[in-house]
Design a protein around this ligand. Structure first.
Ligand code: SAM
Length: 229
């Protein structure tokens, strides 16, 4: 039985697999890391929600060499991959098995930056709003939250267009989508994306300012906001 967001039965195939079904995966990660105002040599403390196999975590730790990261995820098997990958970063990274928003974040004003990639869309609308409030509490004044994620369109034809774009992407990697999903034992029955507009409004409701969307490719977007000073 898979947990929401694990995507593949076998987490060891996640890294090559996710690049084949998420268009512009690396570009999405780059946009997340380009968004915050911090400089490369700043000593920042970062929370990553839904770190999975640690792909974005490794990129963050490399791009910000003075950073420390708390990487949380509810999946033991995804975190086992992350532990292997992130070992080289030593005590700059702490990995914890937690479920958000139920038992995390629970810190108060301790993180300069909270990031997430392809994880928050597994939560219901209510849970997303609860999470945005908890993230706001966990950030230091002036800290940023940046999320790169799946979004939903209200217009049916844009949903259809996004589905077609993903099928074309998988085909460009040499697979028919159904064949890929079967052979790689992939699926995500727990997707619950919301519109970008709703999520930007919920960030404002949670008292973030400078709320903005920085990058979008069909039904994938990078957006976030700042906790006021
Ligand atoms: C599609 S993966 C994304 C992993 C990684 N961030 C990336 O960019 O490749 C989604 C991750 O979020 C985790 N996840 C989903 N919902 C979660 C929740 N409520 N609490 C903790 N982790 C969650 C899953 O276990 C999975 O590792």
């Amino acid at each position: 039985m898979k947990k929401p967001g694990e995507v593949f039965e076998d987490s060891r195939v996640y890294d090559p697999g996710i690049e084949a079904i998420v268009p512009r995966y690396d570009e999405l990660h780059d946009a997340i890391l380009n968004a915050p105002p911090q400089q490369r040599d700043d000593e920042i403390h970062v929370l990553e929600l839904g770190a999975g196999t640690g792909e974005l975590t490794a990129k963050l730790l490399t791009r910000f060499p003075e950073s420390t990261v708390l990487a949380v995820d509810h999946s033991e098997r995804m975190l086992a991959e992350a532990k292997r990958k992130l070992e080289t970063f030593g005590d700059r990274v702490q990995i914890e098995q937690r479920t958000f928003p139920d038992d995390h974040p629970d810190g108060h004003e301790e993180f300069d930056l909270v990031i997430s990639s392809l994880a928050v869309h597994h939560l219901s609308s209510d849970e997303k709003q609860t999470l945005f409030g908890a993230i706001h509490e966990a950030l230091v004044p002036g800290g940023w939250f940046v999320n790169g994620d799946v979004i939903r369109f209200d217009a049916d034809h844009l949903e259809t267009l996004s589905d077609a774009m993903i099928k074309n992407w998988v085909r460009s990697k040499g697979w028919e989508e159904e064949e890929f999903m079967n052979q790689w034992q992939a699926s995500d029955d727990y997707d619950d994306p919301d519109t970008l507009t709703d999520q930007l409004v919920w960030l404002r409701d949670a008292e973030f300012d400078s709320v903005a969307s920085l990058w979008q490719y069909y039904n994938f977007a990078v957006y976030g906001g700042r906790k006021p000073e």
